[in-house]
Write a protein that binds this ligand. Structure first.
Ligand code: IPD
Length: 277
């Protein structure tokens, strides 16, 4: 019954705060950096440490639940969303920022049951901002209610996006072409802050009108999607259809009009699905 998920959310908040403490301490020291899918897809020992901390703590409390974690998936664990209650975890979103001590770094914990997202917790640990939302209960940052922007006019939009890990010439051409199209449509500005989850939190907070990206993962979207929807916003697929958590692409915006407008303007960058195997 849904009454139980509130307790799970409290556990998520508690462990996100603990993880945040570890990250806040680790950011002051030298990092041991290695690469994953490409030379710019970074991982540190802190990503592994924090993911283990979060999953072992939640697994001890909820042994029958399923877990999808960024680093477990990178290590070859199956990334497959079933009807079982499932925790979807990014231990450090903004790893490249973390490596450079650039402060846009977050812990993201989403939770789905029957493939439906129930709650999301994103902890911007270096600034101590805690974003939380539970389906039907509103979205909050440090307890203050969040509300998306109601802007529908693209020429009045501040847009956020992220670059992603693929940097081959064809990908870059489409990426830059998409950006150019928005700049030519005279949007107010485009920002790339290096953390998909924190960029999405800005949409929930009404501090930017829209976000789009190709190449992000389910752990970058899961928690944020609940937070944006509960703040009154829209999260859809880049095709304009419903969000597919595993499809590695997203458009999020305060209004349906803005989301559709952005989706119509995008040329697709193809990435392998999160659940391809
Ligand atoms: C990444 C960051 C980055 C975005 C990538 C994400 P990570 O997450 O959010 O800004 O472009 O798509 O995967 O690897 O730092 O957890």
């Amino acid at each position: 019954p849904s009454a139980n998920w509130g307790e799970c959310m409290e556990a998520a908040v508690e462990i996100a705060r603990k993880a945040g403490q570890v990250i806040r301490e680790a950011v002051k020291h030298d990092k041991c950096v290695t690469t994953k899918s490409s030379a710019v897809d970074l991982v540190t020992e802190t990503d592994h440490l924090v993911e283990n901390l979060i999953i072992s703590s939640l697994r001890a409390k909820y042994p029958s639940h399923s877990f999808i974690g960024e680093e477990s998936s990178a290590a070859g664990e199956k990334c497959c969303l079933t009807d079982n209650p499932t925790w979807i975890i990014d231990p450090i979103d903004g790893t490249c920022n973390f490596v450079h001590s650039f402060p846009m770094v977050a812990v993201s914990i989403g939770f789905a049951v029957n493939k439906e997202l129930e709650f999301g917790v994103i902890y911007h640990c270096l600034e101590e901002n805690l974003y939380t939302a539970r389906k039907g209960h509103g979205a909050f940052c440090n307890g203050l209610k969040l509300q998306v922007s109601k802007e529908t006019d693209l020429s009045k939009a501040l847009i956020l996006t992220e670059i992603g890990a693929k940097r081959d010439p064809e990908t870059l051409k489409i990426f830059l072409g998409n950006m150019e199209r928005f700049l030519k449509a005279h949007v107010h500005g485009i920002r790339v802050i290096g953390s998909a989850t924190l960029a999405l939190c800005q949409i929930a907070a009404g501090a930017a009108e829209a976000y789009y990206q190709f190449g992000l993962h389910c752990w970058d979207i899961a928690a944020a999607a609940v937070i944006i929807r509960e703040a009154g916003g829209n999260v859809i697929d880049t095709s304009g259809g419903p969000l597919d958590l595993m499809s590695r692409r997203v458009v999020a915006a305060g209004t349906q009009e803005m989301a559709n407008h952005i989706a119509q303007m995008l040329e697709t960058i193809t990435y392998e699905r999160d659940d391809y195997n």
